[in-house]
Design a binder for this molecule. Structure first.
Ligand code: FAD
Length: 171
């Protein structure tokens, strides 16, 4: 990465971080560059997660590869599969493939989200790893018979989705 530009480091490329990067990418002075960093190779859309856990095919709609996030020739940089392991005074330390390096910043934004269990958060850092648990959950539901599901809140959404997708109508 050229050292002539000042970095705006955004950690986390999901709804908040990726949304901010999109909003800024054509508005920054030419002296500044966005360095968008995410531990995963994909962006995950949690809002469709419950549906994706029960309806085959929805796992394809819930992920987007971060490759090509910025158009070719853009001065902005996307670092996917790169985890920030330290926030220092004016720099972050990142780890990629077991190797660490420092990236200096003028401004840093932490858009790290929150921690939830599957399916609200994806498991694994590659697309293939992240889709697999959804496919397994769909299969487990398909094999379920004569089940009464009591729930409230977000669980009610899962129950409804199970009801819609139940092949024998007995869930
Ligand atoms: C079922 C469900 C339904 C929902 N419905 C709604 C709704 O109707 N309306 C609404 O407004 N919201 C809804 N939400 C909430 C909404 O989806 C979340 O608030 C939002 O997606 C959070 O986005 P985020 O970018 O803040 O965090 P996250 O999506 O958690 O993203 C954080 C990102 O940071 C990365 N990251 C974390 N630590 C590091 C690190 N050290 N180094 C590099 N990268 C890192 C992660 O890999 C991740 O990509 C719903 C959520 C669920 C689960």
């Amino acid at each position: 990465m050229s050292k002539d530009l000042k970095n705006i480091v955004i950690v986390g490329a999901s709804a908040a971080g990726a949304g901010l990067a999109r909003a800024l990418e054509n508005k920054l002075p030419s002296t500044h560059r966005i360095v968008l960093i995410d531990a995963n190779e994909f962006a995950f859309w949690p809002i469709s997660a419950l549906r994706a856990a029960v309806v085959p095919g929805w796992e394809e709609k819930s992920f987007k590869s971060l490759q090509g996030f910025f158009p070719k020739g853009s001065r902005h940089v996307m670092l996917s599969k790169t985890r920030v392991v330290e926030l220092g005074n004016g720099f972050v330390t990142v780890e990629e493939d077991g190797k660490r390096r420092e990236i200096a910043f003028d401004i840093s934004v932490l858009a790290l989200g929150s921690t939830y269990n599957f399916p609200m958060r994806a498991l694994g850092s590659t697309l293939a790893q992240a889709k697999q648990p959804f496919i397994e959950a769909q299969q487990a539901l398909k094999n379920t018979q004569n089940t009464t599901w009591a729930s409230s809140g977000l669980g009610a959404r899962v129950s409804l989705a199970c009801f819609w997708t139940s092949s024998d109508g007995k869930i």
